[in-house]
Design a binder for this molecule. Structure first.
Ligand code: NDP
Length: 475
């Protein structure tokens, strides 16, 4: 199978004619040829998007909404097909793609398709002198760059608000997981998205992605990916004064106080540690447990981790699939070795699974302090540490002890403490007695090195439009 770029409503080969293989992580076998696009392809996509902008930006919100709702319906009608593609491309369990990735992509398109019908802008009367109103206008071509861990979900998180608010876009999905983006392009034609409104250029980040970030005719970049790449993107975009949103890495704490509902805390923190093989930016990879329940928690958590079923992602009963790539597999295994060197104890897992593909056992590590590299650096795999704490202040200090600040999950029945600790943790999201619950109206993003800017809900509509003040003299 060979996929193409999607430019100006047509599927086209990369100008250079070069392709690279897309590997199924569960078998280590190639499953598709992917365009190795370069600046020339990005140029063509940006030109198509620029060309489509004047008409699309003047299309009524009602019509844009109708088209995006049709696209959401089509994704939903093809849910099973898309989930199978995503699972094969990414290595994640089919059941997870079906329950999480694809339904959330549908929800993203539905939310932004309807949000534009209700988005209001402000007006201010300056005494009797003037009327000021805020005009929110789309900016032009949005450059959208997304990672491989939740491929369609995160792509739709950007495409939906960008085009709903009247921009056109060029998206560059991760080179490791291009297949659902290709299917989305086909569905967009069926839904009636006009040619040039949504363009998809496949290829490597350092070549196609960088060309998109550097393009003069792309005034805004929405990027989700690693913190190191995010810094590179920011460095290229800043001198051109582009609007920039960066959703970056995390090293998220799960904090469990002794008064928590322990069964619920253990069940949910197992999910938050190992769902999608730990390859969700919001996964809780550092668990902190109040000392009085520490042994009990470690025993139950470890037992739960050992019971998780690893295997063929297409098997309905599989709970842990394959890591995204061989390079990532070695990175994760490297951190498990580092944990041992740093003095940690592996109480569950710790090894590569003996089968084709890139599988690592759910791994639980104890005995490491917060200053260890294993607790400081994002591993982005099925590896979690558990550390005891003695009091609330220490729990907050431990939670805040990294450069990241994406999310946190906190477990207690004490309402006052829950609010106090939530306010004290430096992160963009804090879940209390839950994890990964989502309301699309809330702002989403990271603190510290986890990102700049907020997306989600009306925040995304504001990111993808520019506010202009119009001042009218009265009298
Ligand atoms: P990367 O930063 O490696 O890549 C992200 C995207 O950027 C990919 O499409 C990549 O292309 C592209 N890219 C790479 N280099 C450049 C460049 N110089 N210029 C422009 N684009 C470039 O991240 P991963 O794909 O490895 O994703 C995992 C990371 O994403 C983790 O750190 C995770 O925490 C983070 N993440 C953050 C989320 C959040 O909401 N905060 C959500 C999900 C993930 P290519 O794949 O070809 O290299």
């Amino acid at each position: 199978m060979r996929i193409s770029n999607f430019i100006g409503g047509e599927f086209v080969a990369p100008k250079s004619g070069a392709y690279f293989p897309d590997i199924n992580p569960a078998t280590a076998q190639p499953i598709a040829d992917v365009p190795d696009s370069d600046a020339a392809d990005v140029d063509a996509a940006v030109a198509a998007a620029k060309n489509a902008f004047p008409v699309w930006s003047r299309t009524t919100a009602e019509e844009r909404s109708r088209i995006l709702l049709r696209l959401a319906d089509l994704i939903e009608q093809n849910l099973d097909d898309l989930a199978r593609i995503e699972s094969r491309d990414n290595g994640k369990p089919l059941s997870l793609a079906r329950a999480l990735d694809i339904p959330r992509a549908v929800a993203n398109f539905r939310f932004f398709a309807t949000a534009i019908l209700h988005h209001a802008s402000a007006a201010h009367i300056t005494d009797t002198t003037a009327l000021n109103y805020t005009l929110r206008q789309p900016l032009g071509v949005a450059g959208l760059i997304s990672p491989w861990n939740l491929p369609l979900y995160l792509l739709s998180w950007k495409i939906a608000p960008a085009i709903a608010s009247g921009n056109t876009c060029v998206a560059k999905p991760s080179e490791l997981t291009p297949l659902t983006a290709d299917r989305l392009a086909q569905l967009s034609l069926e839904a009636g998205v006009p040619a040039g409104v949504m363009n998809i250029v496949h290829g490597y980040g350092a070549k196609a992605g960088a060309a998109l970030v550097e393009h003069r005719d792309v005034p805004m970049i929405s990027f989700t990916g690693g913190t190191v790449t995010g810094a590179r993107v920011a460095a290229s975009a800043a001198p051109m004064f582009k609007k920039l949103s960066l959703e970056l890495g995390g090293k998220n704490p799960t904090v469990v106080f002794a008064d928590a509902d322990l069964n619920d805390a253990i069940r949910t923190s197992l999910r938050s540690a190992f769902w999608n093989q730990g390859e969700i930016c919001l996964c809780g990879s550092r668990v902190f447990v109040e000392r009085s329940i520490y042994d009990q928690f470690v025993d139950a958590f470890t037992e739960g981790a050992k019971k998780l079923k690893i295997g063929d992602p297409s098997d309905e009963s599989t709970q842990v699939g394959a890591l995204i790539s061989e390079a990532h597999l070695h990175k994760v295994l490297g951190y498990i070795e580092l944990a041992k060197e740093e003095g940690g104890t592996i109480v569950a897992g710790g090894s590569r699974v003996d089968r084709d593909g890139y599988f690592v056992e759910p791994t639980v590590i104890t005995g490491l302090g917060c200053d260890r590299r294993v607790l400081q650096e994002e591993i982005f795999g099925p590896v979690v540490t558990i550390t005891p704490f003695d009091h609330e202040e220490e729990a907050v200090a431990f939670a805040n002890s990294t450069r990241y600040g994406l999310s946190a999950s906190l477990w207690t029945r004490d309402l006052k403490r829950a609010h106090r600790v939530a306010a004290a943790i430096d992160s963009g999201t804090v879940w209390i007695n839950c994890w990964l619950l989502r309301d699309l109206r809330v702002p989403f993003g990271g603190a510290k090195d986890s990102g700049v800017g907020r997306e989600g809900g009306f925040e995304s509509l504001e990111f993808f439009t520019e506010a202009k003040n119009v001042c009218v003299k009265l009298g």
